[in-house]
Ligand binder design. Structure first.
Ligand SMILES: Cc1ncc(COP(=O)(O)O)c(C=O)c1O
Length: 477
């Protein structure tokens, strides 16, 4: 046997060698402009091409799957706070919280600082998921505290009671993305159903236009893969229609083979026109779920970390038996999502919802910074969110022929446009003005601009954006 004398090579690797000199130069300049210019100055520059940033060769996306090959002008070069600069060097105000997932905007100073310090202290990025570090364990408790603050803040003493209680959200499992978190919650619902009603067929009561992720079962719940699943019934009810909800539950009340397993709701249907589900509707669903011995699940992947109470489940007086959270949790640092459930739904085996990267210390630390920041800014989030909604209502009153309605709650708002043609013009007009928004036209009949500004936005940011939207609405026809 010949013992090799080779050692693993280390070498100097620099960012510009990897990404290109020209790109790195442009990136540095863009980031410097964003970081060093006062907010008022940046607002004035929104919608303009920043010529001081050198041009650089842009990569195309031919290597991406076709469904993802969108035009390149909008791709990001740099971001800071609410602002970003695209590869075509245009300065934009990102009014979507970077794909609805950055409650603290880009490069939130405290978050960056803590992560750099943590690295200097040697906190690890990730480890085996059976050996979590301090940050991961702390985040589990902080999430439980956050999910139980609807009847008062949870201090260390109350936490002990909450952890032991039968009827509290007091168990978490960490996974990578929202899809996996909602999948984990669905599995717990199915495990429970199988244990209690193994001869029955589970019925899932969903909202029309629901979206809970991209895995098979979540997609089945919104009408796909019909040929693949048998023995599961899906009922899609009309959002906020209490009669329809009553009738749907009624269908299954006579003890037939089919039995309701769960009612699943997103407090704001961000994938269906940002429809806000009214509390009385959600309370009725809970009542019916209890009557049918079914589970009440809230998908808070969109709403979580954008509420003054962290989760909308708190605003709904702790109505949920199980919640899925993700997206905003690390404000974009890395994927991290959780299923948070009551003890009786803690029913899975070790390998049922395991995830390789579910116990990453650095990501958990980012999650702790987000929780802390939201808690500290509860009243700011409430006030700015409500002000934004009022401004949108006002905008609709100014343009009743173009805007048919404002949907949503606080930052999670939908601007519903009269028809697709007008919506496209409005959307393009906003982009030309440097306001980055997304248009939802892929749902039948929906022409909705879905907005979700980062919670760092203040009333001046709101005024600025509303003024721009108004100017676009004035000129389109
Ligand atoms: C309500 C809701 N649930 C689940 C998901 C899936 O989350 P992810 O994309 O992180 O897998 C999303 C994603 O947009 C969502 O909006």
């Amino acid at each position: 046997m010949v013992k090799p004398d080779s050692v693993f090579k280390t070498f100097s690797l620099f960012l510009n060698d990897m990404l290109g000199d020209k790109y790195t130069e442009a990136l540095d300049k863009a980031y410097q402009i964003l970081k060093e210019s006062p907010k008022e100055k940046l607002r004035k520059m929104v919608g303009r091409k920043i010529k001081e940033i050198p041009e650089f060769p842009q990569l195309d996306k031919r290597g991406f799957v076709e469904s993802y090959q969108k035009p390149i002008e909008d791709d990001i070069l740099a971001g800071y706070g609410l602002f970003k600069i695209t590869e075509s060097r245009m300065l934009q105000m990102d009014w979507t919280g970077g794909h609805y997932q950055l409650p603290l905007g880009y490069h939130f100073r405290n978050l960056d600082r803590i992560l750099v310090t943590a690295r200097e202290h040697g906190i690890i990025d990730d480890t085996h998921n059976n050996t979590p570090g301090q940050a991961v364990k702390l985040l589990a408790f902080e999430l439980i505290k956050s999910a139980n603050k609807y009847d008062g803040e949870v201090d260390i003493n109350k936490l002990k009671q909450v952890i032991d209680a039968k009827d509290r959200l007091n168990r978490v499992t960490s996974v990578d993305t929202g899809t996996v978190a909602s999948g984990a919650a669905l599995k717990s619902i199915l495990y429970r159903f199988r244990n209690l009603h193994k001869d029955n067929i589970p019925v899932f009561i969903m909202q029309e236009g629901n979206y809970h992720g991209t895995d098979f079962f979540q997609q089945y719940l919104r009408g796909m893969w019909q040929w693949m699943f048998t023995n599961v019934i899906v009922e899609a009810v009309k959002p906020n229609d209490i009669d329809h909800l009553n009738q749907t539950f009624q269908k299954y009340q006579n003890g037939g083979k089919e039995k309701v397993a769960a009612v699943i709701m997103e407090p704001v249907l961000m994938n269906n026109r940002a429809i806000y589900l009214k509390p009385e509707y959600i309370y009725r669903a809970k009542e019916l779920a209890e009557k049918h011995d079914a589970v009440m699940m809230l998908d808070e992947i969109q709403t979580g970390f954008w509420s003054p109470d962290i989760f909308m489940a708190n605003e709904l007086k702790g109505v949920a038996d199980i919640i899925a959270v993700g997206k905003g949790l690390t404000s974009g640092f890395s994927p991290l999502a959780y299923m948070i459930c009551k003890k009786y739904l803690d029913n899975q085996d070790q390998y049922s919802s395991i995830s390789t990267n579910g116990n990453a210390d650095m990501a958990a630390l980012a999650g702790l910074v987000v929780l802390y920041s939201i808690r500290e800014n509860s009243s700011h989030i409430q006030k700015t969110g409500e002000y934004y909604m009022e401004c949108l209502q006002d905008l609709q009153q100014k343009h009743p022929k173009k805007i048919t309605g404002i949907t949503g709650c606080r930052h999670l708002a939908g601007i519903n446009i009269v028809n697709e043609n007008m919506a496209k013009k409005f959307h393009q007009g906003c982009l030309d003005q440097g306001i980055f928004l997304r248009l939802q036209t892929y749902k039948a009949g929906a022409c909705t601009i879905i907005t979700k500004p980062a919670v760092i936005a203040d009333a001046d940011d709101v005024d600025f954006v509303i003024k721009k939207l108004n100017a676009v609405l004035d000129i389109i026809s």
